[in-house]
Design a protein around this ligand. Structure first.
Ligand SMILES: NC(=O)c1ccc[n+]([C@@H]2O[C@H](COP(=O)([O-])OP(=O)(O)OC[C@H]3O[C@@H](n4cnc5c(N)ncnc54)[C@H](OP(=O)(O)O)[C@@H]3O)[C@@H](O)[C@H]2O)c1
Length: 306
């Protein structure tokens, strides 16, 4: 599949990693071409990049933008979107009040769908998966669920395939109007980050002792895991970092002060949490809470995950 991600931030990085792991063609487009270029280069040698004003390429377009930034981008591309599958991952949440900003009885996805040209198919996905979790691919040794809602069944299946090729479990949650529940679920999930001290390193997953679904729906799962050099490299890097802690001044461009977004370090996950307003008291330079959570997760992973 040919995928274009619009946006160059945390979710562009996290989703981009999953798409490359699934062996799909990827282009990163940003309003700042330098950021698009640097993210593309980080994600892989075959990843292309471009500027927001360029002609749009790809069959699937993923908006990794704030909810409020999406309407202008839709307006700018207009009819170029008409034959595309579009993926909305946004959470229309007011971070000061922790309230949804959408009209009652609607959702961000449904409001975005109203702006689209004829023929464009909108799918809601990835709004409950934090960026750092996508980078890790698993949580506490278990797979990550990605809830997918949409009215066009074919488009939804294609997005689900993209998700499962990236070694995540895609779950069809019905029509696009179920985005209301997905956005509501994530509002609670976001607001619980501070309560639980999880700092963006948690996910919403359906757990059951009786699980008749295949964890991952396509045969390409094992291949995706094998190809997932990002996760392997990241886990190795984390092992090295854990065994030789650096002082803040010794950290490289992935540190909290670095300009390039990267969920490759615990700092970035915390910074992400800060940006979402969910961890105002956490110490960015000494992320103790996160280290504890990671230690537990790593131990569980060793025990349960093959
Ligand atoms: N972070 C998460 O863990 C998470 C999880 C689930 C869903 N989401 C949703 O994913 C979306 C992206 O979140 P993120 O954390 O990746 O944000 P982010 O790191 O702040 O990145 C946002 C990207 O959007 C670009 N952008 C912002 N306003 C724009 C506009 N008006 N026009 C064009 N581009 C614009 C930014 O460009 P510049 O760099 O040039 O400013 C940046 O590339 C949001 O809707 C969020 O609700 C996030």
């Amino acid at each position: 599949m040919k995928v274009t991600i619009i946006g160059t931030g945390y979710m562009a990085n996290g989703i981009g990693m999953r798409i490359v792991a699934g062996n799909h063609s990827l282009t990163i487009v940003g309003r700042n071409e330098g950021k698009a270029r640097s993210l593309a280069k980080k994600l892989g040698k075959d990843v292309k990049w471009g500027n927001l004003s360029d002609k749009l390429s790809g069959d699937i377009i993923i908006f990794t933008l704030p909810y409020t930034g999406i309407p202008d981008v839709i307006k700018a591309y207009n009819t170029q979107l008409s034959d595309k599958i579009l993926v909305d991952i946004s959470n229309p949440v007011d971070l000061k009040t922790f309230e949804l900003t959408t009209p009652a009885g609607s959702s961000g996805a449904e409001e975005i769908a109203k702006l689209l040209p004829k023929g464009a198919k909108l799918i809601k996905a990835f709004n409950t998966t934090f960026a750092g979790i996508l980078a890790d691919r698993t949580v506490a040794g278990k797979w990550v669920d990605v809830f997918v809602a949409g009215d066009d069944q074919k488009a939804k299946k294609i997005v689900m395939r993209l998700v499962s090729d990236g070694a995540l479990r895609a779950i069809d949650v019905g029509p696009l109007k179920h985005a209301r529940q997905l956005e509501g679920m994530q509002l609670i999930h976001m607001s619980l980050q501070k309560t639980l001290g999880t700092n963006g390193m948690s996910t919403i997953r359906i757990a059951s002792p009786i699980d008749r679904t295949k964890k991952i729906e396509t045969e390409s799962y094992d291949k995706a895991v094998d190809n997932d050099t990002f996760t392997q490299n990241m886990l190795q890097m984390k092992k090295r970092t854990n065994s030789s802690p650096q002082s803040p001044g010794e950290r490289g461009s992935n540190s909290v002060s670095g300009l390039t977004p990267s969920p490759d370090s615990d700092d970035d996950v915390l910074q992400n949490a800060h940006q979402m307003g969910i961890a105002p008291d956490a110490d960015l330079e000494h992320p103790k809470e996160l280290n504890i959570a990671k230690d537990v997760a790593d131990a569980e992973r060793d025990l349960k995950y093959k």
